[in-house]
Design a protein around this ligand. Structure first.
Ligand SMILES: C[S@@+](CC[C@H](N)C(=O)[O-])C[C@H]1O[C@@H](n2cnc3c(N)ncnc32)[C@H](O)[C@@H]1O
Length: 243
């Protein structure tokens, strides 16, 4: 059986390779392919992004998080940084955005893209979202786009998100969730797992894990419906850290 650490290394290698294979936004096979990642960002926003911006997301957490100028934002599994770049523009010079990802190639690409846009309020840290390299109560909003499903220990991810949020802070995650539990065979299928599907959880279990970390007002809304032959769909999961 593959250990959680081995699994994470394989996932990181797969994403580093996918990044090398892709140069533009939403071009070609992606994580979450077929689950609605196509066309999730308005074309006019993407046009303003530098060449080499890539998304592997399945939703639009920045649009849903209603970020305000001056807020401090953390993006879990920031990839090549697209959501962080949008968020940095929304929170402005008084705010700040940190992206955390465990794939060095992603951190490098994201850092280059931020520099191309001249953004000084966004930075990227190499790290595991199950053990965040951030201090307690240091951000106002935690966003994430199609990443928590990949984490072997989702409870740790939500505990960490809760720890680094200030009281009253909010969680806004776009992710794949399941209409039924994945079978053992599906969970052992690395392509399906790294493709953001079989590592995820059914809706009730997903929300239970969010609440177990201490969050309140946990909600899940469909972002993109499942197609007839799919046991997964893309959802927006939101919750609040109590005051
Ligand atoms: C499907 S991609 C999404 C990337 C980005 N959020 C986007 O929307 O384009 C998943 C990303 O999560 C990162 N990742 C997966 N598991 C992680 C973990 N445990 N800690 C940190 N990063 C992780 C991968 O390196 C990859 O960049």
């Amino acid at each position: 059986m593959t250990s959680p650490q081995e699994l994470k290394s394989r996932i990181s290698e797969i994403y580093a390779q996918q990044l090398r294979d892709r140069d533009g936004c939403c071009d070609g096979a992606a994580c979450c392919e077929g689950s609605g990642s196509e066309g999730i960002y308005p074309a006019e926003l993407l046009e303003r992004m530098p060449e080499g911006t890539v998304t592997f997301g399945c939703g639009s957490p920045v649009a849903l998080a209603s970020l305000r100028p001056g807020e401090r934002v953390l993006d879990l599994g920031s990839g090549a940084g697209l959501d962080c770049l949008f968020a940095a523009q929304q929170v402005g010079a008084e705010g700040s955005v940190i992206g955390v990802d465990f794939t060095q190639d992603m951190i490098d690409r994201a850092t280059r893209n931020a520099a191309k846009l001249g953004l000084t309020n966004v930075s990227f840290r190499l790290g595991d979202i199950e053990a965040l390299p951030l201090e307690n109560a240091s951000v106002d909003a935690v966003i994430s786009n199609c990443v928590v499903n990949l984490a072997p220990d989702k409870a740790a991810v939500f505990r960490e998100a809760f720890r680094v949020l200030s009281p009253g802070g909010r969680l806004m995650v776009s992710d794949i969730v399941l209409t039924r539990p994945a079978t053992e065979e599906e969970m052992a299928d690395l392509a399906l797992l790294a493709g953001c599907i079989s590592g995820s959880l059914p809706v009730t279990e997903y929300l239970d894990q969010v609440r177990a970390a201490g969050f309140e007002e946990a909600r899940l809304e469909v972002e993109h419906e499942a197609e007839a032959d799919q046991f997964w769909f893309s959802a927006a999961i939101s919750a609040v850290k109590p005051l």
